[in-house]
Design a protein around this ligand. Structure first.
Ligand code: SIN
Ligand code: NI
Length: 263
């Protein structure tokens, strides 16, 4: 596949801030793509330190309590350094290049697999969790703030599954759940994508994916920026991000809570 190379360093981002057409084509064909070097070494250092400090102060507020990961949502609203990462214009513009239409921020999240967490994030799709309607394909940038080889919990994707809309939400603690929801997915070849610090993957909201356990002594620090179609409306389903906002079904998700700082 076009996105897999044996090179270990460098950046896929051109001087104009865009990625090559081949990577856009790979994203559209497979539903995910690796983009190397979206952050330079200085940014990695700064954002990693910011993430570590935020995690230290807020680990106890994780939405996930079963040890799969520490999950801290909408850090951009609470931490100036991490807000710079979520609002990074280069990443936002690459997301729009891949999507092919205008996007808004849905939410961000810090996802940390603690040292030796030994628990996989099991296969699931993201979009069924979200209270969205009237939208075209959303996508997430999963940004590695440390080197993430397979043994530290990198992502694995089911290529070509970005068209599998309509499945029920899947339990990411249950290894079999996605495959029970759609048994045909079980036989799709799986692609595991190690990342160097500063690299990211983009995956669509319907692309099946999992993350391996962290079997190392170093935390797996990932920052995920999730982008939605600018036209997305509220479906009325419950969600931690929209529950406090007093929305009515059908409202457009276009308030200041869902900015497009890269525009
Ligand atoms: C993980 O990083 O453990 C999971 C990420 C995702 O499900 O998008
Ligand atoms: Ni996911």
């Amino acid at each position: 596949m076009a996105m897999i190379t044996t090179e270990q360093s460098g950046s896929d981002v051109g001087a104009d801030g865009r990625v090559p057409d081949a990577l856009v084509a790979a994203y559209r064909e497979h539903g995910f793509v690796r983009v190397r070097g979206v952050l330079d070494a200085g940014q990695v250092e700064r954002f990693r330190a910011g993430a570590e400090a935020f995690l230290e102060a807020h680990r106890g507020e994780s939405l996930e309590k079963q040890g799969t990961f520490s999950q801290l949502v909408n850090v951009w609203q609470r931490d100036q350094t991490l807000r710079e990462l979520t609002f990074d214009a280069r990443i936002g513009r690459i997301a729009e290049q891949l999507a092919g239409f205008s996007l808004r921020l849905w939410h961000d999240q810090m996802l940390v697999k603690e040292p030796h967490n030994n628990a996989a994030t099991e296969f699931h799709q993201d979009r069924p969790y979200w209270p969205h309607t009237g939208d075209r394909l959303p996508l997430s940038a999963w940004i590695a703030l440390v080197d993430v080889p397979p043994e530290r919990g990198c992502m694995t994707f089911l290529p070509g599954t970005q068209d599998r809309a309509g499945l029920r939400p899947q339990d990411l603690h249950e290894e079999e759940d996605l495959f029970e929801a759609d048994p045909s997915l079980r036989w799709i070849p799986r692609v595991t994508v190690p990342l160097r610090a500063g690299d990211c993957t983009f995956h669509s909201g319907y692309t099946g994916h999992m993350a391996l356990p962290n079997r190392t002594g170093q935390a797996r620090l990932a920052h995920v920026t999730i982008f939605m179609d600018e036209a997305t409306r509220y479906s009325g389903a419950g969600h931690v991000v929209t529950d406090p906002l007093g929305l009515t079904v059908g409202d457009r998700l276009d308030s200041d809570a869902f900015p497009r700082p890269w525009a």
